[in-house]
Design a binder for this molecule. Structure first.
Ligand code: SF4
Ligand code: SF4
Ligand code: SF4
Length: 203
């Protein structure tokens, strides 16, 4: 037989539960010593490299927005885990936090980005959308023909023999425009991040 409403109410209002609920105590929220401060703007000019966004391990913690005066990184504190990687990654020092910069100077390390482009040749139909849309390709050959064909070998991506070929991966800026424009999901760009020894006395 189902329990009556009164029985339910009694079950959920048991005195020992209420006591535990009212007397519950948790440790006050104190930032552990290894936490660094939230990054703040240093006043230097953001040139929209997006390294901060690319290095951030916390989804939604940072975005670079356009303002009336230029670009500006915004930290969403609810998501930021205060790792400081964005501060270390920015080539222009747009973000800062005293302890983070201090640690970079002491450790004399910096972050370096490169990009790996993979083309799934089984999926690629050689349409050239990727090559035509790539902004780096546009700089090399502004008149690039529809279909991704061109005479120069200085291109980042080029279509030859009916397939997309990566000629100069080192020129890639990781914008992923090619990925967005491939109708077959045949091209993918992965970010490679490595720590490098910084010459001199740090930043
Ligand atoms: S401090 Fe770390 S988690 Fe916070 S925005 Fe920067 S990279 Fe992302
Ligand atoms: S990620 Fe951007 S720069 Fe790199 S190949 Fe694709 S479109 Fe070109
Ligand atoms: S990788 Fe995609 S966009 Fe590029 S040529 Fe192949 S099918 Fe077309």
């Amino acid at each position: 037989m189902p329990l009556s409403i009164v029985a339910y109410a009694r079950e959920f209002c048991r005195l020992e539960w209420v006591k535990k609920f009212l007397a519950a105590k948790t440790a006050p929220l104190v930032a552990p010593p290894y936490f660094r401060n939230f990054p703040v703007l240093s006043g230097k000019t953001c040139t929209h490299h997006l390294h901060c966004m690319m290095v951030c391990p916390a989804p939604g913690a940072i975005e670079v927005v356009r303002t009336p005066t230029g670009w500006e990184p915004r930290i969403h504190e609810g998501h930021c885990i205060r790792c400081g990687l964005c501060v270390e990654a920015c080539p222009n020092g747009v973000l800062s936090s005293g302890r983070i910069l201090e640690s970079v100077a002491l450790a004399r390390t910096g972050l370096s980005f490169s990009f790996r482009i993979d083309v799934d040749l089984a999926r690629c139909m050689g349409c050239g959308n990727c090559a035509v849309s790539c902004p780096v390709n546009k700089l090399v050959d502004a008149q690039m023909a529809h279909g991704g064909h061109a005479s120069t070998e200085d291109l980042l991506l080029k279509v030859s023999d009916g397939k997309c070929r990566v000629l100069h991966a080192e020129k890639c800026t990781g914008c992923k425009t090619c990925e967005d424009n491939c109708p077959n999901g045949a091209i993918s760009v992965a970010r490679l991040l490595s720590a490098v020894h910084v010459q001199g006395e740090g930043q």
